[in-house]
Write a protein that binds this ligand. Structure first.
Ligand SMILES: Nc1ncnc2c1ncn2[C@@H]1O[C@H](COP(=O)(O)OP(=O)(O)OP(=O)(O)O)[C@@H](O)[C@H]1O
Ligand SMILES: [Mg+2]
Length: 219
């Protein structure tokens, strides 16, 4: 299996001199895997996701993404790497002046590689085929989050980072969202890291690691 991500001995603190919030993390992800990153509030899940997703500067020599060291990559390399991944957050951040379909199509705009998925077909596969022309406020929370899933996957990223994508959803909608992520990620062949403490959706992962106080628990 081709390796997407290799983290070795990552420690990270938000401020110089302050106590680190991540301690000696080592973690690998291969293509096609869905890794569940679980652990209580404050254990470091979002911090780790933000470093992998180039939303924060990683320390040198600890995170290798698609073969490049995030800590030493220059600006152009960082931008190129950023094109190969997408993030989904607890809040969906849909654009309210665009329909469901337009929101998803917008996911391909900032993409240098050609999009491999058809926006309408992807929405249909996520159970929203009859809602393409709806505005975000005319959709339920779960439907809005599925539009965000489609927007993230429509550019055929090689890595999907999802940070608590189901935290504000009821069981039925949480299920539809994670099952949609799993099915479409498998179809598009992308790796997934899903940070959550939602016990209801843990089964969607192919592997699970647990964080506690900034450390990965053994096992
Ligand atoms: N911008 C920041 N500046 C300083 N400390 C931060 C910042 N963001 C998070 N922290 C601290 O880092 C630690 C890990 O937080 P993080 O948000 O990564 O946890 P989490 O596992 O995602 O929690 P939750 O399940 O509540 O989302 C916490 O102690 C938190 O207070
Ligand atoms: Mg978090």
């Amino acid at each position: 299996m081709p390796r997407i991500l290799n983290i070795q001995g990552l420690s990270f603190g938000y401020r110089a001199g302050a106590a680190p919030v991540l301690h000696n993390i080592s973690l690998q992800l291969n293509k096609g895997e869905i890794l569940i990153l679980s652990g209580p509030s404050g254990s470091g899940k979002s911090t780790l996701i933000s470093l992998i997703g180039l939303l924060r500067q990683a320390p040198p020599g600890s995170i290798n993404l698609f073969g490049a060291d995030l800590g030493t990559a220059d600006r152009a390399t960082q931008l190129a790497l950023r094109q190969r991944l997408r993030c989904i957050f607890q809040r969906h951040y849909l654009l309210h002046s665009l329909t469901a379909l337009q929101n998803v199509a917008a996911g391909q705009h900032f993409q240098s590689r050609p999009g491999l998925a058809d926006p309408a077909a992807l929405l249909a596969a996520l159970g929203l085929g009859d809602k393409l022309g709806r505005w975000p406020e005319e959709l339920s929370g779960g439907e809005q989050q599925r539009v965000a899933v489609a927007r993230a996957l429509v550019s055929a990223p090689e890595l999907l980072l999802a940070d608590e994508p189901t935290a504000s959803l009821d069981y039925e909608n949480a299920r539809l969202v994670v099952d949609g992520i799993a099915a479409q990620a498998a179809r598009l062949g992308c790796g997934v890291i899903l940070a959550t403490h939602d016990e209801r959706i843990m089964d969607v992962g192919t592997r699970r690691v647990e964080m506690r106080d900034g450390r990965l628990l053994p096992g």
